[in-house]
Design a protein around this ligand. Structure first.
Ligand SMILES: Cc1cc2nc3c(=O)[nH]c(=O)nc-3n(C[C@H](O)[C@H](O)[C@H](O)COP(=O)(O)OP(=O)(O)OC[C@H]3O[C@@H](n4cnc5c(N)ncnc54)[C@H](O)[C@@H]3O)c2cc1C
Ligand SMILES: *[C@@H]1O[C@H](CO)[C@@H](O)[C@H](O)[C@H]1NC(C)=O
Ligand SMILES: *[C@@H]1O[C@H](CO)[C@@H](O)[C@H](O)[C@H]1NC(C)=O
Length: 432
């Protein structure tokens, strides 16, 4: 049988993970990334629960361990810098989770490890600095049907399957949906921004959060530390702010830096030092900023014929801590469902179209479990009054004592959910 020809659009986390699984079943995979090179930026990400099991299945546990960050835990402090509650990192394989997971890794390191899986595979082609401009596809019942793709550089090629792994703002998704379908991105009313600054002696190696009273919106400032010379500063905001919105829309780095610095400058703790660095230190040019967004596609619309979405493109929930975990699990399920059908069906289309549907059916309830958040949790975690912050610290101290954080943010059903087994993926094609 002719190899399944697949185009994966987006070389972040989900894209290279899918390339890995599909290359194992002998597919001919093209992985395109819009950036001129691997986009190995970003701060700390974590692999939790099923993400840890997934990483082991992919055979990258040792590689991840070798670059993982040893964060002793998470603490809440007050505006005078005093620790109010401490949650030690989750350890061991009991499935219990904490705010700091056992596998904390820089996003760039994870992306590099995932590319490494297919770098030397003859059946995987990595294309940088290009993307797709448009596509059309044949009727989904046509057993020999293809997706006809035009690339930005003018090339045209046909594929049996096109996968959008191009993140929350996915262009592949926009092309797959009808022009009159609503934008599935929902703003959750808040922002997150992070950047690096030169470190100082005394900067904590714990993931440190400080809630700031007052302000136009609810403000949290945090720090993390993964290298000696730099401290990473996190700003989390709840609510809508016109100045921040305008700066974000303008797409001007200096304007955005100033808007965030103005908002935090007088917040207390080390806000003055952090905002000075944000305005003036070149280290802070790595500022990454995004509103809280959720991608909520209607059921049954993760795929259309031979075009399917994975990762943030399908189910993003910015900063809920599961982006990378679900970004690794989804590709495995898609590849597994297709591989299972490929064995039974006579044509690629006959496997790809229902395989994509099966993938959504199996994975959607898990991947969207944290969508919508919880109003109670939100008002508890983003207090703006001194009394509200005092209450949060009190509750957190009790929670730390009773280790309530280890129950994690997932419902019992989702945290108990087990990765499906796919014998077709266990065995390398060509192995006996
Ligand atoms: C630069 C960056 C920094 C991040 N930092 C963090 C972080 O610090 N902490 C955290 O928890 N999460 C972070 N995330 C999000 C996290 O990586 C994802 O939630 C998770 O890994 C799911 O991955 P994904 O592959 O679906 O999407 P992403 O990781 O967003 O990858 C999407 C990829 O597609 C590429 N792309 C976009 N559009 C196109 C196009 N039209 N054609 C071709 N390629 C395209 C992008 O350049 C990117 O490489 C970051 C994402 C990015 C892109
Ligand atoms: C990327 O592609 C564009 C044209 O599509 C070209 O002008 C540019 O030089 C390329 N950049 C790199 C780094 O190859
Ligand atoms: C995969 O497809 C590309 C593009 O059509 C082609 O050039 C290449 O020869 C194919 N590779 C294999 C291993 O079949």
């Amino acid at each position: 049988m002719l190899a399944l020809k697949v185009l994966v659009v987006g070389g972040g986390v989900a894209g290279p993970a899918l390339a890995h699984w599909l290359s194992r079943i002998g597919a001919n995979v093209t992985l395109t990334e819009r950036s001129p090179q691997m986009r190995a930026s970003g701060q700390q990400v974590d692999l939790r629960g099923q993400g840890v099991a997934m990483m082991k299945k992919m055979g990258i546990e040792a590689a991840v361990r070798a670059v993982s960050i040893h964060e002793p835990g998470t603490q809440l402090i007050d505006v005078n810098g005093r620790t109010k509650a401490f949650f030690p990192a989750a350890m061991g394989s009991t499935g219990k989770q904490s705010i700091t997971s056992e596998y904390e890794i820089m996003r760039g390191d994870l992306v590099r490890i995932l590319y490494g899986l297919t770098e030397n595979r003859p059946n995987v082609r990595h294309l940088f600095n290009t993307t797709i401009e448009r596509f059309t596809q044949d009727d989904e019942n046509d057993p020999n049907g293809k997706v006809h793709v035009s690339f930005r550089d003018g090339r045209q090629e046909d594929f049996d399957l096109v996968v959008g792994a191009d993140g929350t703002g996915s262009k592949t998704r926009a092309m797959m949906l009808s022009p009159d379908d609503p934008d599935p991105r929902r703003l959750r009313g808040g922002y997150i921004g992070y950047f690096s600054i030169p470190s100082q002696p005394g900067d904590s190696d714990r993931f440190t959060f400080c809630h700031l009273p007052g302000g136009r919106v609810a403000r949290v400032i945090g720090t993390r530390k993964d290298v000696p010379d730099l401290t990473r500063v996190y700003m989390q905001m709840r609510g809508k702010d016109a100045v921040v919105d305008a700066a974000s829309k303008a797409g001007d780095l200096a304007q955005l830096k100033n808007a965030l610095a103005d908002l935090y400058q007088d917040g207390g703790w080390e806000c003055e030092r952090f905002t000075n660095a944000l305005r003036h230190a070149p280290e802070a040019d790595d500022l990454y900023f995004t509103p809280f967004v959720e991608v909520q596609l209607p059921p049954g619309s993760w795929s259309k014929g031979r075009v399917v979405l994975i990762g943030d493109a399908a189910h993003s929930s910015t900063a809920d801590g599961y982006g990378c975990t679900w970004g690794l699990v989804g590709p495995y399920i898609l590849a597994g469902e297709i591989a299972t059908l490929l064995k039974q069906k006579s044509s690629p289309t006959a496997a790809v179209v229902p395989g994509a549907k099966n993938y959504e059916e199996r994975f959607r309830p898990v991947a969207t479990a944290t969508h919508g958040g919880s109003q109670v949790a939100e008002s508890l975690f983003f207090p703006t009054s001194s009394v509200g912050i005092w209450m949060l610290h009190t509750v957190a101290r009790m929670a730390a004592y009773w280790q309530l954080d280890q129950m994690g943010g997932l419902s019992e059903k989702t945290s108990k959910w087990q990765l499906p087994e796919y014998p077709e993926l266990e065995r390398e094609q060509g192995e006996a």
